[in-house]
Design a protein around this ligand. Structure first.
Ligand SMILES: Cc1cc2nc3c(=O)[nH]c(=O)nc-3n(C[C@H](O)[C@H](O)[C@H](O)COP(=O)(O)OP(=O)(O)OC[C@H]3O[C@@H](n4cnc5c(N)ncnc54)[C@H](O)[C@@H]3O)c2cc1C
Length: 324
C-alpha cells in the first residue's frame, strides 16, 4: 500500500496527524512513507494494552541501556569486545561462514554466526558469493534514512513544555522533549534542555551545525513565540550538540516489507538480527529486541544441524592418522 492510499484523507488530518506521525515513525513525510507503516502503528496503539505507552531512560543510553546488557552477558560467561567490528565474512569452499575477520585483526569462529549490524553496513559485508541469492539481493531496497538529533541547553526554563514526548507539526522538526523535565539525569528546575529530532534531514545532513541550529531556532520561535526568538533576544543558548546520522533506520517506502529478511538466512549457520529484519514492531528498539529473540529461537531450533556441522568440521580438521 502506498501514500496514494491516503487519498481522501482531509488535509487537516494530514497536516495535524499524519505528518507528525510519519516523521516520528520514520523521519520522512507521509508522501514518501508506506501507509502500511502508519496502519501497523495505529493497529498497535488500538489493539495492545500498552501499545501507546511512552517512556524515557532515566539517563544516558551507554550507561543506562548498554551497560546493563553488557553486565548481563558477562554474568553468563559471555565476552563483549568494543572497537572490533566485522571487517570481512570469510567463507568455506561450500559457501558457509569460515570465520568473521574483525578490524582488530582477530578472527572469530563459531557454530553459529549472527550479524546484528545495521542493514547499510551489512550490505557492504555481504560476500561476493552470496550477492545473487535473492534473500541478500532484496536487501538493496532497504536503505537507511538520514536524521539529525539536536540538543540545546537554554539559559532559562521554558514554560510551555511538559514531562512527555511532544509531537511537532513543524516542517523541519519531529518529536522533541524538554529533558530537564522528562529525564532524571538532565533534571534542572531552572534551565530547559531540549532534545529534538530534525527531520526530514535529506537536504540538511551535509550542512554545518551552525546552519542547523539557526534553522532549529527559527522553528522553535514559531513553537514558543513568547519565549524563544531566532536571534536569541529571548531565551539564550548556553551550548548545543548536533548529532548527524546519515543512515539511520531503513526508509519504510512502499513495497519494502517483502525485502525484510527472516533471521535465519539460507546459509547454514548464518543469521541476521536487527530492527530491519522481519518482526512486527517496525524500526524501533523493541523491534530490534524482538528480532534478537527470533534469531535466538532460530539458533535453538537449528541446534542439531549446528552441532552436526561442528562435528564434521572437527573431523575434517583432524590429522589423517587419527581418522584411521
Ligand atoms: C535519532 C533517532 C531517534 C530514535 N528514537 C527512537 C525511539 O524513541 N524509540 C525507539 O524505539 N527507537 C528509536 N530509534 C530507532 C532505534 O534507535 C533503532 O530502531 C534501534 O537502535 C535499532 O537497533 P539495532 O540493534 O537493529 O541497530 P543499531 O542500534 O544501529 O545497532 C547496530 C550495532 O552494530 C554495530 N556495528 C556497526 N558496524 C558494525 C560492524 N562492521 N561489525 C560489528 N558491529 C557493527 C554498531 O556499532 C551498533 O552498535 C531512533 C533512531 C534514531 C536515529
Amino acid at each position: 500500500m502506498d501514500g496514494k492510499a491516503a487519498q481522501g484523507v482531509p488535509d487537516r488530518v494530514n497536516d495535524e496527524v499524519f505528518i507528525a506521525m510519519s516523521k516520528a515513525l520514520n523521519f520522512i513525510n507521509p508522501d514518501e512513507l508506506s501507509m502500511q507503516c502508519i496502519l501497523i502503528a495505529l493497529n498497535r496503539f488500538l489493539q495492545e494494552k500498552h501499545g501507546s505507552k511512552m517512556a524515557f531512560l532515566d539517563g544516558n543510553p551507554p550507561e543506562r541501556l548498554c551497560m546493563p546488557i553488557v553486565n548481563h552477558i558477562q554474568s553468563l560467561g559471555g565476552e563483549v569486545r568494543l572497537n572490533s567490528r566485522i571487517q570481512k565474512i570469510e567463507l568455506n569452499p561450500d559457501g558457509t561462514v569460515k570465520h568473521f575477520a574483525l578490524t582488530d585483526g582477530t578472527q572469530i569462529t563459531g557454530d553459529a554466526y549472527v550479524c546484528a549490524a545495521p542493514v547499510d553496513i551489512f550490505k557492504l559485508l555481504v560476500p561476493q558469493e552470496w550477492r545473487e541469492i535473492s534473500y541478500f539481493k532484496r536487501l538493496d531496497k532497504l536503505v537507511g534514512v538520514p536524521v539529525i538529533n539536536v540538543h540545546i541547553w537554554f539559559d532559562r526554563k521554558l514554560k510551555n513544555t511538559y514531562d512527555h514526548l511532544l509531537f511537532s507539526r513543524s516542517s523541519l522538526l519531529s518529536v522533541y522533549a524538554d529533558m530537564s523535565l522528562a529525564c532524571k539525569e538532565y533534571y534542572d528546575p531552572n534551565r530547559s534542555m531540549l532534545e529534538l529530532v530534525f527531520a526530514p534531514a535529506e537536504e540538511w545532513i551535509g550542512r554545518s551545525d551552525t546552519e542547523i541550529i539557526e534553522a532549529t531556532m527559527l522553528e522553535l520561535a514559531k513553537l514558543f513565540p513568547d519565549e524563544i526568538a531566532a536571534d536569541q533576544s529571548k531565551a539564550k543558548i548556553l551550548k548545543y550538540h548536533v548529532v548527524k546520522t546519515p543512515r539511520s533506520v531503513y526508509k519504510t517506502v512502499p513495497n519494502c516489507e517483502p525485502c525484510r529478511p527472516l533471521q535465519r538466512s539460507p546459509i547454514e549457520g548464518f543469521y541476521l538480527a536487527g530492527d530491519y529484519t522481519k518482526q512486527k514492531y517496525l524500526a524501533s528498539m523493541e523491534g530490534a529486541v524482538l528480532s534478537g529473540k527470533f534469531c535466538a529461537q532460530s539458533i535453538v531450533q537449528d541446534s542439531k544441524m549446528l552441532s552436526r556441522r561442528s562435528q564434521e568440521s572437527l573431523q575434517s580438521e583432524a590429522p589423517v592418522a587419527s581418522q584411521l
